[in-house]
Write a protein that binds this ligand. Structure first.
Ligand SMILES: [Zn+2]
Length: 140
C-alpha cells in the first residue's frame, strides 16, 4: 500500500510530498539528531519530491560528509536528510508532515553515535541500511 503525505517547514516556504507508506519511526542518538530531537520516517529517494521552495533549502554536512541534512534557510526547520547508512533514502522529519499522527507508529531507537567517527579508510561502496545488515551496526 502506498500512501501520500505532504509536508512543509515552519514558514511554509519549503513544501514536499512523500509517496510512500511510512511504517516505522526512528530516533537516532548521534550528536546532531539528539540536539534537533528528530523523529524520522525512512523514505526511498524516488518517493520524495520537492514541490516548492527548492531555493530555500540549505544543507548541512559534517564529519563523514555522507549524510546531507536539509533545512529551510528562512525558518531553520529541518525537513529531511539524505541518510548516511542508506544514501538512496531520505529520513523525513515526521513532524513536518501535514496531519501525520506521530503516535500512530512504533518508534525505534537507532544507534547513530556509533557511526560518528570519521574513518580514515572509508569503503568505496556504502553497504546500505543497517536493517539489511543483521550482523550489527556499521563502524566506519
Ligand atoms: Zn521555512
Amino acid at each position: 500500500m502506498v500512501s501520500r503525505h505532504v509536508g512543509s517547514c515552519h514558514c511554509g516556504g519549503v513544501r514536499f510530498s512523500v509517496n510512500h507508506e511510512v511504517t516505522e519511526l526512528t530516533t537516532c542518538d548521534c550528536s546532531l539528531c539528539v540536539k534537533r530531537n528528530a523523529v524520522m520516517g525512512k523514505v526511498p529517494e524516488a518517493a520524495l519530491s520537492i514541490d516548492q521552495g527548492q531555493e530555500l533549502l540549505a544543507t548541512c554536512q559534517w564529519n563523514s560528509m555522507r549524510a546531507v541534512h536539509h533545512f529551510c534557510r528562512r525558518c531553520s526547520i529541518y525537513v529531511f536528510h539524505r541518510k548516511r547508512a542508506a544514501p538512496n533514502h531520505f529520513g523525513v522529519n515526521i513532524f513536518c508532515l501535514d496531519g501525520f499522527d506521530p503516535n500512530s507508529l512504533p518508534v525505534r531507537a537507532t544507534e547513530g553515535a556509533g557511526m560518528t567517527l570519521v574513518c580514515d579508510r572509508p569503503r568505496a561502496e556504502w553497504p546500505g541500511s543497517r536493517a539489511r545488515e543483521p550482523e550489527g551496526r556499521n563502524r566506519y
